[in-house]
Design a protein around this ligand. Structure first.
Ligand code: PEP
Ligand code: MN
Length: 341
């Protein structure tokens, strides 16, 4: 647990927090945390209740993260991170729409979707060149050929491209041709890869693994930030639960929590979370209402014949209707915020 102190806190305030923590059987370590002071509270029989510290003089807030991820966590006075990709500023307050096929299958397939999502108002084009598939017998992606097709689609539509790297080799190629490198759920804890992505400096979309806690996700982001890459976008894409009615369970509850704990933009992928195209629009709207900075949506012109993830892909028209609805909802929520404040 981290007890963040107010900028004007005194030495006595810090010592008081440490003393209370030690009195309850915890270890307490006052430390500089960026420009701020904080007291790290660890050990002890069970985690202390935040209220124990919240009311003490000089305390700003209590963050229930056990092992601190300094760079990913919000610090007082630090502005939110905005990741700029072409004309799109993710985390700036304008909801970002990332759309495209699960995998690049060929020139016609990609261009048809790229043109359609561009017309519908997408900000970025997604498309997998390297696909981390559960079965080795499934379509693995067109690799370097797909990257060339993505570059052509970008030239034609002007949309920056988001595409996944699965290892060092694909990362080198994605860094050369792509605009945002995606680290997929299955690689979220590939720490060697994270370090390389961190060193690349390329904007990175880090997907939460299906079994990662919030803390795990923040620590993976910390690898990227610690390696010198500030351009990190977090993505909730569903976790594994006992529930079988959808592919994964979309954990929207993590969105407001992440927004409160970190300064990083947070987006939601309802396509992989549900696995059903029909559920995608409602959950995309819910993501916006929950405070996400954007969504990533799979779109295919012929889902029945898609080589990957057809059942969860929207048709171009369905995506256009969703995009228009999201913009309307965004304007509505903005008006509401103005009325309340
Ligand atoms: C994807 O976005 O194409 C993908 C494979 O997602 P995830 O890593 O979340 O399964
Ligand atoms: Mn997919």
């Amino acid at each position: 647990m981290l007890v963040y102190m107010k900028a004007a806190c005194t030495r006595e305030d810090l010592d008081r927090v440490a003393g209370v923590a030690r009195g309850l059987g915890h270890e307490a370590e006052p430390m500089a945390c960026g420009a701020d002071h904080a007291v790290r509270v660890s050990g002890g029989p069970e985690p202390p209740h935040p209220a124990v510290f919240e009311t003490l003089p000089g305390v700003a807030r209590v963050v229930p993260v056990l092992r601190p991820a300094w760079r990913a966590l919000r610090a007082a006075g630090r502005p939110d991170t905005v990741v700029r990709v072409g004309a799109c500023a993710i985390g700036s307050g304008r909801f970002a729409l990332i759309a495209g096929p699960c995998a690049v299958e060929g020139p016609e397939q990609l261009l048809a979707v790229a043109r359609a999502v561009r017309l519908a108002g997408a900000d970025l084009l997604r498309g997998g060149a390297y696909k981390p598939r559960t079965s080795p017998y499934d379509f693995q992606g067109l690799g370097a050929e797909a990257l060339e097709l993505l570059v052509r689609a970008r030239e034609e539509t002007g949309l920056p491209i988001v595409t996944e790297a699965v290892d060092e080799r694909s990362l080198r190629l994605v860094a050369r041709h792509g605009d945002v490198v995606q680290i997929g759920a299955r690689n979220m804890q590939n720490f060697a890869l994270l370090k390389q992505v961190g060193e690349s400096g390329l904007p990175v979309l880090l997907k939460r693994s299906m079994s990662a806690t919030l803390e795990d996700l923040l620590h993976s982001a910390e690898y990227l930030l610690d390696a010198g890459n500030p351009n990190v976008i977090l993505c909730e894409r569903g976790i594994r639960t006992f529930s079988t009615h959808s592919r994964f369970t979309l954990d929207l509850a993590i969105v407001p929590l992440l927004k409160r704990l970190t300064h990083l933009p947070v987006i939601v992928d309802p396509s992989h979370a549900t696995g059903h195209a029909r559920s995608v629009p409602a959950l995309a709207r819910a993501a916006l209402a929950a405070g996400a900075d954007g969504v990533m949506i799979e779109v295919h012109a012929d889902p029945a014949h898609a080589l990957c993830d057809g059942p969860q892909s929207l048709l171009p028209d369905e995506f256009a209707a969703l995009a228009a609805g999201l913009r309307a909802l965004e304007a509505f929520l903005e008006r509401q915020r103005e009325t309340v404040s």
